[in-house]
Design a protein around this ligand. Structure first.
Ligand code: ZN
Length: 260
């Protein structure tokens, strides 16, 4: 690992990706840039941890390592695609990462996917196989609401319906649900509902809600950490994007969490 001294107060990078494709665009990370992200993070001593591990503060890291939490929003097929011959497309996010991990021990594909029930990565026929693979890797699924709703525009009842429906869907896939990626990064008017509510006789609760931008999150257990307003860093070349933040770490201007 790295020689850096431990720093339990340092910030944590929670990344958000949307589409992965040949060409870079506002909401698309190019395949090449994604692979470069993995390589650069690896070289700088970052290692993937599950979002739930960050939330509980029980991150399994070797001394000198910094955590990085990967999240993927909107569940497009570019994140996880199976080819006709049944192999994983080496140009989808999961494929790129699996190939990378084979050559870089300690950097396994470990991410939270905020899925949309209408279209979990396309390819309905391969859904079970994808879920099995993700589960095996320890990946997590999270809520992104039922319909990618702007929660600020909804009544309490409308919001409960969106969250309950998405939670039921994810549980139906055999995954636990404990986090929500806020569509458009917009918080609801009634933020208290995120922590828990009842809907049609069933109790629902979330441990965290994630924003879209644009800075690192606080260290686990930090006094000022609000799990219902967790900032994420977008994987882009733009200002306040991932490359920008990693440059700041290298320049010594931002101090990440380092496992003692
Ligand atoms: Zn989204």
């Amino acid at each position: 690992m790295t020689e850096r001294p431990g720093n339990r107060d340092g910030v944590v990078f929670i990344l958000v990706y949307h589409r992965i494709a040949r060409e870079e665009a506002r909401w698309t990370r190019s395949v090449e840039a994604f692979r470069n992200d993995l390589e650069r993070l690896y070289d700088m001593g970052f290692r993937p941890v599950a979002l739930s591990a960050y939330l509980s503060g029980e991150m399994d890291l070797p001394p000198g390592a910094s955590p990085v939490v990967f999240t993927f929003d909107d569940s497009s097929s570019s994140q996880f695609r199976i080819l006709e011959d049944g192999t994983v497309d080496p140009a989808c996010a999961v494929g790129v990462w699996a190939d990378f991990a084979a050559e870089h021990p300690g950097f396994p594909p470990l991410a939270t996917f905020f899925v949309l029930p209408r279209q979990p990565w396309g390819q309905a026929a391969w859904l079970d196989r994808k879920l099995e693979t993700l589960k095996e890797w320890g990946c997590e699924l999270g809520s992104h609401t039922m319909t990618h709703a702007n929660l600020r525009g909804l009544s309490d009842e409308g919001m409960k319906k969106e969250l309950a429906g998405a939670a039921d869907f994810i549980e139906g896939l055999g995954f636990e649900i404990n986090s929500l990626s806020l569509p458009y990064g917009v918080s609801p008017k009634n933020r208290e509902l995120l922590a828990g509510f009842e809907y049609e006789g069933k109790t629902y609760s979330l441990r965290a809600a994630l924003l879209v931008g644009a800075e690192p999150a606080r260290a686990p257990g930090s006094e000022n950490l609000d799990p219902y307003l967790l900032p994420r860093i977008q994987a882009t070349e733009l200002e306040y994007g991932l490359t920008w933040w990693l440059d700041r770490v290298e320049a010594g201007k931002v101090r990440p969490y380092v496992e003692p």
